[in-house]
Ligand binder design. Structure first.
Ligand SMILES: [Zn+2]
Length: 271
């Protein structure tokens, strides 16, 4: 049955590539937006999570550095309207998300970093919320009961008016800009006294996450861990040895799903 479905899917993709020519976002091979070998390679890394040292008051768990195949996939998803990559990205995010959720006592609320409202409007969807939803679906399919590790609280952080994109700002401006984050009033009581796993796609300096943690602390929530897809750093923050000053790999782990997905050996950084 599964094989038949796979063959039908390939046939459909063949037909579609005749109407809309395309190439693999990762390797450039013709006729597929994501070719089978590339997708298989990515799927083999599901469950991977590594702890990233960052100037934050909570542990940060990441799938891996913002580079290579992952970077291309994210760029296409975030800026190229490739919403169909959301299920795959959700599965890849399951590793760091489960690792972060396991730091809580079992009822953590998952809160996503704020997106600027104009970005959400132009994109037509909340890209981060969609990844989290697919990730939770994936985790549930692996045998975790729904809500067993935590549950999603969408819209818990908002960008206050006047918040700009972080790109191209100086370090000081980034910190100032990042502070324009708030928790909507109607969620204050829901968050008070609760454990939170904070989620973002890409962490650069950690300024946005720091501001988010402060906004959450102000309403009485405790961030038990942070889950990000990728970590990156500004070029000027790489020191003379080529090491990263503010983002260092501290250790590696593999996330154990209860069933379905095998526990993967530590692979950090990826080969
Ligand atoms: Zn490919």
């Amino acid at each position: 049955m599964r094989e038949k479905r796979g063959a039908l899917r390939e046939l459909w993709l063949d037909l579609r590539s005749i109407l809309w020519p395309c190439s693999c976002v990762i390797c450039g091979a013709a006729n597929r937006e994501l070719c089978l070998p590339c997708e298989t390679g990515l799927r083999a890394t599901i469950g991977r999570a590594g702890r990233v040292a960052a100037p934050l008051l909570a542990e940060v768990w990441a799938y891996g550095p913002y580079e290579g195949a992952m970077r291309r996939l994210i760029v296409k998803y975030k800026h190229g309207g490739a919403i169909r990559f959301a299920p795959l990205l959700g599965a890849l995010f399951a590793g760091p998300l489960v690792a972060a959720l396991e730091r809580g006592s079992g009822s953590a609320l998952i809160v996503t970093a704020p997106s600027r409202i104009e970005r959400v409007r132009s994109r037509g969807y909340r890209h981060l919320d969609l990844i989290v939803s697919h990730s939770l679906r994936y985790i549930t399919r692996q045998g975790h009961k729904r809500g067993q590790l935590g549950s999603f609280l969408p819209g818990a952080l908002q960008a206050a008016p006047g918040r700009a994109g972080q790109l191209g700002l100086s370090a000081a401006d980034r910190i100032r800009n990042a502070k324009k984050v708030r928790v909507p009033r109607h969620l204050h009581s829901r968050l008070q006294g609760s454990e939170v796993v904070l989620v973002d796609d890409i962490m650069t300096t950690g300024a946005t996450l720091n501001a988010a943690m402060q906004a959450l602390a102000a309403v009485g929530a405790r961030v038990v861990a942070v889950a990000i897809m990728n970590n990156t750093q500004r070029k000027d923050e790489i020191n003379s040895d080529g090491l990263l000053n503010n983002v260092e790999l501290e250790g590696a782990t593999a996330v154990g799903f209860e069933k379905g997905v095998k526990v993967r050996p530590p692979m950090w950084p990826p080969a």
